[in-house]
Design a protein around this ligand. Structure first.
Ligand code: GRF
Length: 207
């Protein structure tokens, strides 16, 4: 089984996949591509220092638009889709990927052209419908600080056109703790993410 992982940041969720699925002796699947839209993403380093080494690719939106003046965001999404398709993945995992894909990307992951469909799943640090979009962790902490919520969570969901609204595949609740600092809370939440990204990937691939 072939997995493509898209990252934008530290890649700690990618690392969880590398450690649990990609690295021998347990290698029920392999990560065949790590693509980032940020050159400085530490996830790229994690891929190139993995063993076996994982091919990496980089394409950022602004430089792409700048060097292709008549191009649009859709063209960028289509180009990323082609780069991913070239790796011939059975599954595409968005792990800390901070770019909202339009329909063009999803269409190209689904379209036939004799190539297999690749489901796309995304990790999101909130419960379904709770804090869609960016800064979910900060918004949850805010509402906890205002006494509006007592729990949040993380989920992995199928990617569809509506941001963070696809069918949840794995959902895990995380209770806030009185007196806990934001940093301690975030550490606990990220730990849950590392578990569910692996669980969801195994589930989808039937590993
Ligand atoms: C994670 O909370 C992820 O859900 C969010 O970005 C954070 C960083 O993830 N989208 P990673 O360390 O880059 O995997």
């Amino acid at each position: 089984k072939r997995i493509a992982v898209l990252v934008s940041g530290s890649g700690s969720n990618l690392q969880a996949l590398i450690d649990s699925i990609h690295t021998p002796p347990t290698t029920p699947a392999q990560i065949v591509l790590v693509l980032s839209n940020r050159r400085a993403a530490h996830g790229l380093t994690r891929a190139s220092t993995a063993s076996p080494q994982i091919p990496t690719a980089y394409l950022a939106l602004k430089p792409f638009l700048h060097s292709n003046p008549s191009s649009t965001r859709d063209d960028y999404d289509a180009r990323v889709a082609e780069m991913v398709r070239e790796a011939d993945p059975d599954l595409v995992v968005l792990a800390g990927w901070m770019h909202v894909f339009g329909e063009r990307f999803l269409e190209r992951m689904e379209d036939g052209e004799g190539r297999k469909k690749a489901p796309v799943i995304n990790l999101h640090p909130a419960l379904p419908g709770q804090f869609d979009g960016a800064n979910a962790i900060d918004r949850a902490w805010e509402d906890w600080s205002n006494g509006e919520i007592t729990e949040t969570g993380a989920m992995v969901h199928k990617v569809i056109k509506q941001v963070d609204r696809g069918e949840p595949l794995v959902v895990r609740k995380v209770q806030f703790k009185e007196g806990e600092s934001k940093q301690e809370f975030e550490k606990r939440l990220h730990g849950v993410e590392w578990e569910i990204i692996v669980e969801a990937t195994r589930n989808v691939l039937g590993l």
